[in-house]
Design a protein around this ligand. Structure first.
Ligand code: NDP
Length: 282
């Protein structure tokens, strides 16, 4: 109990020392959000819109993007543009960044959030799917970050990377997805150090999320794991405020911070709990 209370206090002291989020700072901000046709990305688009930002949203389905962009305008976005792109395609990540730079003449926030669909099941040796998912969930992030870096440097901008608790801890049924999230944490963690050593103007925020109630996530875990799912709109707001206050990390919900801290202290217990939390009939 004492240990848990101390960890919770450690979490709160981290939170309390963070600067306060000022939504006004986003009025007129030039924002590019990926994976914004559904889920957390869509919710982020609506929050940015309410804060009066100028946004470009992207995903594959153009018709859905168009509807989200229309809603963004009705919520108060100064501009809401969309461009369809498939992040598995080698030229699309650059195309999307170039579109935003051309339309806005610069960029203040690059929010990398998209993920490709992937099965939630035991890995059965599908190497090709793993390679494809690395392209969508990892290489396109690297490519877009590099393409936007100069513009972000000029605007003292922020790069926001949406990752997962599964980028910190391995659990069953998500080997390709987990690999892409570990890769993101490794790559952008390194970039955080390097930009800081170079005294760059660009901040990088890496966001660790637990289970969030998006349709795609709920459909995957149904009948397999019984865990509380947290609201996408609140996750989206937390990601936005973390980027706007230039914090290096977000843990949402709060207990993901604790899980991440203690997983290496008690590996056997952690593994026991993980393996017994998933329904599996051999
Ligand atoms: P969704 O599955 O709801 O949304 C994924 C988005 O990515 C959609 O807009 C989809 O649109 C787009 N997308 C899919 N494939 C491609 C592609 N090949 N090229 C371009 N865009 C693509 O995801 P969530 O909202 O649930 O997750 C958002 C982020 O949060 C992800 O980074 C995820 O890892 C992270 N996260 C989510 C958790 C959760 O429980 N929901 C938990 C932990 C982290 P379209 O189909 O139109 O292309």
């Amino acid at each position: 109990k004492i240990l848990l209370v101390s960890l919770f206090v450690a979490y709160l002291s981290n939170k309390w020392t963070a600067p306060t989020f000022d939504a006004e700072s986003l009025r007129g901000a030039r924002v590019l959000v990926t994976g914004a046709s559904t889920g957390i990305g869509e919710q982020m688009a609506y929050h940015y819109a309410r804060f009066g930002a100028q946004i470009v949203i992207t995903a594959r389905r153009e018709k859905v993007l168009q509807q989200v962009a229309e809603k963004c305008l009705s919520f108060g976005a100064q501009k809401a543009l969309y461009i369809s792109a498939d992040m598995a395609n080698e030229s699309d990540p650059d195309k999307v960044v170039d579109f935003a730079l051309e339309k806005f003449g610069g960029l203040d926030y690059l929010v990398l959030n998209h993920i490709g669909p992937t099965p939630y099941s035991m890995w059965e040796g599908d190497v090709e799917h793993t390679r494809w998912l690395m392209k969508v969930n990892f290489f396109s992030y690297v490519q877009m970050a590099w393409r936007a870096l100069n513009a972000l440097e000029q605007s003292k901008g922020s790069l926001v990377v949406v990752s997962s608790l599964l980028g910190k801890i391995s659990t069953p049924f998500a080997a390709p997805y987990t690999s892409t999230k570990f890769a993101l944490n490794g790559f952008f963690g390194t970039l955080q150090h390097e930009l800081s050593m170079k005294k760059s103007n660009v901040s990088i925020s890496i966001c660790t999320l637990g289970l969030i109630d998006t349709d795609s996530a709920m459909e995957k875990v149904r009948g397999i794991i019984d865990a509380p799912a947290y609201p996408a709109t609140e996750a989206a707001l937390n990601i936005i405020s973390t980027g706007a206050t230039r914090q290096p990390e977000l843990f949402y919900p709060w207990f993901t911070y604790i899980v991440n801290l203690i997983k290496d202290w008690f590996p056997s217990i952690t593994n026991y709990v993980i393996q017994n939390s998933f329904k599996y009939i051999p």
